[in-house]
Write a protein that binds this ligand. Structure first.
Ligand code: DCP
Ligand code: MG
Ligand code: MG
Length: 433
């Protein structure tokens, strides 16, 4: 594999830098695990093992690697235009002076007058990540790797190790491989869920390797401050402290309803993450794109149960039609309702089988919906939305076989009729609820 060297790239210039920076920021970032990735219905169905990889002082380390004169010196990478410059990252030598991401260049120079500030050179960092992806693929297939940000990866190694001891060895091998390929150090976290793995990475930075097993939970995680948890920033930390929640353990042991009342659905997510119950898996570009969704915001809010069901039915029908149109069946459903007061509730579930049957989607959506506050005069519904994930090719026979106990409906033919004679021509009686 080719080693990326700085000579490969055109010289930097200030003008080019902006667009390059935009490019790298436009890389798909799947952000903080959205509540829809957390499958609330699956409780430790199977234990997984993830590793999380994050480079140490990424941009700065790359610059130090490519210019030996910079090694061991305080270096920052960021924008260098006039006084408005900002530090994107700083080498660990510069961090010793208190310089960190987000420090203004002006302030950074005050903290450390001999700071060497360099412009950011996006494509180089991007190439490193592309090269690294190739390296990771020599350990596990593509679908087990998620590039999470400009310098981070998650790898699901559940199927490749038998226990945490092997997981640690596996992580060390990956770490060594990265060093061999790119001459860069990273820190690695190993744990049984993504949130803990990401947290573990930070424990021994730089160049660290940390494992958090379920047995370590109380000892290593619960005593930490809530801010160490993925997605909890200073504002949420402040709100939590007003509720007397300071550590991750406090958060994990707070009643779900109390958190829900304060933070809505996010409260439940925070608690799950604190407890190590984040069950989100690897999001690849593939699985991410393999979804279909439909949302409908009503012109007038509704609360009459039959009207509400009718809306859910319409969205189910529409989505199934869309799936059939692409000859796909879906395996996972996400359902969301937004109320008149702009609060929302959502949930998701595995569909009973891969399907594009209107009835199955409708019933499943209703199953999720039943757990939510039911719309009423004071809390009418304003928007409904559904997303079907895990789309697979429809082999057709599958449908009939799996729902053998139901009357098979020739949906594909009906779609054609509808197309020809208009929507009203046939209506399937969907009765659930
Ligand atoms: N970055 C950025 N803007 C931010 C945060 C980071 O441009 N607000 C860039 C610079 C970093 C790179 O992304 O080098 C990776 O970000 P990290 O948060 O992983 O920080 P570092 O890798 O620099 O340092 P650490 O060793 O703490 O991971
Ligand atoms: Mg990093
Ligand atoms: Mg990072």
């Amino acid at each position: 594999m080719e080693r990326i060297s700085s000579s490969f790239f055109v010289p930097r210039n200030e003008q080019g830098y902006d667009s390059m920076y935009k490019r790298i920021r436009l890389m798909p970032l799947y952000s903080f695990p959205h509540y829809k990735d957390l499958k609330p219905h699956i409780h430790n169905a199977e234990q997984k093992i993830f590793i999380h990889i994050d480079f140490d002082a990424f941009y700065a380390q790359v610059e130090q690697r490519d210019n030996p004169n910079l090694r061991g010196k305080p270096v920052s990478v960021g924008s260098t235009t006039g006084n408005k410059g900002i530090v994107m990252t700083a080498s660990y030598e510069a961090r010793a002076f208190g310089i960190e991401t987000g420090t203004s260049l002006w302030e950074a120079k005050k903290l450390c007058p001999h700071l060497i500030s360099l412009p950011c050179y996006g494509p180089k960092y991007e190439m490193i990540m592309i090269n690294l992806m190739k390296g990771l693929r020599s350990f596990v297939p593509d679908e087990f790797i998620e590039q999470y940000s400009v310098d981070e990866y998650f790898v699901d190694i559940t199927d490749f190790v038998r226990n945490f001891k092997e997981a640690k060895e596996f992580a060390q091998k990956i770490k060594d491989k990265i060093y061999e390929l790119e001459d860069l150090t990273c820190s690695v976290g190993v744990s049984y869920n993504k949130s803990y793995a990401k947290m573990a990475t930070k424990f021994e930075k730089p160049n660290g390797l940390t494992v958090i097993t379920p047995l370590d939970r109380e000892e290593k995680v619960y005593k930490l401050g809530v801010k160490k948890l993925w997605g909890i920033g200073p504002r949420i930390k402040r709100r939590l402290s007003l509720m007397n929640i300071f550590t991750i353990g406090d958060l994990a042991n707070t009643d779900e309803l109390i958190l829900k009342k304060e933070f809505g659905i996010n409260g439940i997510v925070f608690r799950k993450m604190a407890r190590g119950e984040d069950s989100s898996g690897i999001f690849t570009r593939e699985t991410h794109e393999k979804s279909l969704n439909h949302h409908h915001t009503l012109t007038n809010n509704i609360f009459d149960p039959s009207e509400v069901k009718n809306e859910i039915r319409k969205i189910s029908e529409y989505l199934c039609r869309k799936m059939r149109d692409k000859k796909l069946v879906g395996g996972y459903l996400y359902f969301v309702i937004r109320y008149g007061n702009l609060r929302y509730a959502s949930g998701d579930m595995h569909l009973p089988a891969y399907t594009n049957d209107d009835r199955v989607l409708y019933e499943s959506a209703l199953n999720i919906f039943r757990k939510f506050p039911q719309p009423n005069e004071h809390l009418p519904a304003r928007m409904f939305g559904m997303t079907v994930f895990d789309l697979q090719k429809d082999t057709h026979s599958m449908n009939l076989e799996l729902f053998g106990n139901r009357t098979p409906i020739p949906f594909y033919h009906l779609d054609k009729l509808k197309q020809k004679y208009g929507e009203g021509i046939v209506r399937i009686g969907l009765n659930a609820g």
